[in-house]
Ligand binder design. Sequence first.
Ligand code: GNR
Ligand code: NI
Length: 175
Amino acid sequence: MAIKEILTVPNPVLKQVSRPVESVDDDTRVLMDDMLETMYAAPGIGLAAIQVGVPLRIIVMDLAGKDEEPAPRYFINPEILEDVEELLLWEEGCLSVPDYYEEVERPRRVKIRYLNYDGDEITEWAEELYAVCIQHEMDHLNGVLFIDHLSRLKRQRAIRKVQKAIRDKALEAAE
Ligand code: GNR
Ligand code: NI
């Protein structure tokens, strides 16, 4: 297993549309293992392959609480089959937009279909945090970030904040 570098805004790779996985094989599983390790180390509750520079429709997630057993989830080629009109407002963050948090509204429940770690097809409803997270991650597969759901002013503020943090870190390291 290996921890990979997580890309941050405004890296244009994050805007790429990821392509479907053709077959779920050992290469796919090595990538998913590395993604999970990278996500846990960050730490985060979800990660899309494009965030580590791989343009494939793959997501890993773990929504277990601090005192719970790890519960890794793997999603390959996920699709939203159905959603509900009722919206849920949730304060989101993103490992590609570090240290910036803002509320986003999304459908409260979504019916999803995907392949799991073994390549088996799963269809199920996701709700609450699971619904928020899978929609956030599926946006990444289409080159969309949660800040793209905000006003242009807030989006630019978020990007500048990340750029400043990176610049300050580089200056600190050069001292
Ligand atoms: O770690 C993460 N937390 C989070 C909180 C609210 C809504 C979505 C997320 S996903 C994020 C990790 C990430 O950037 N995934 O792409
Ligand atoms: Ni994200």
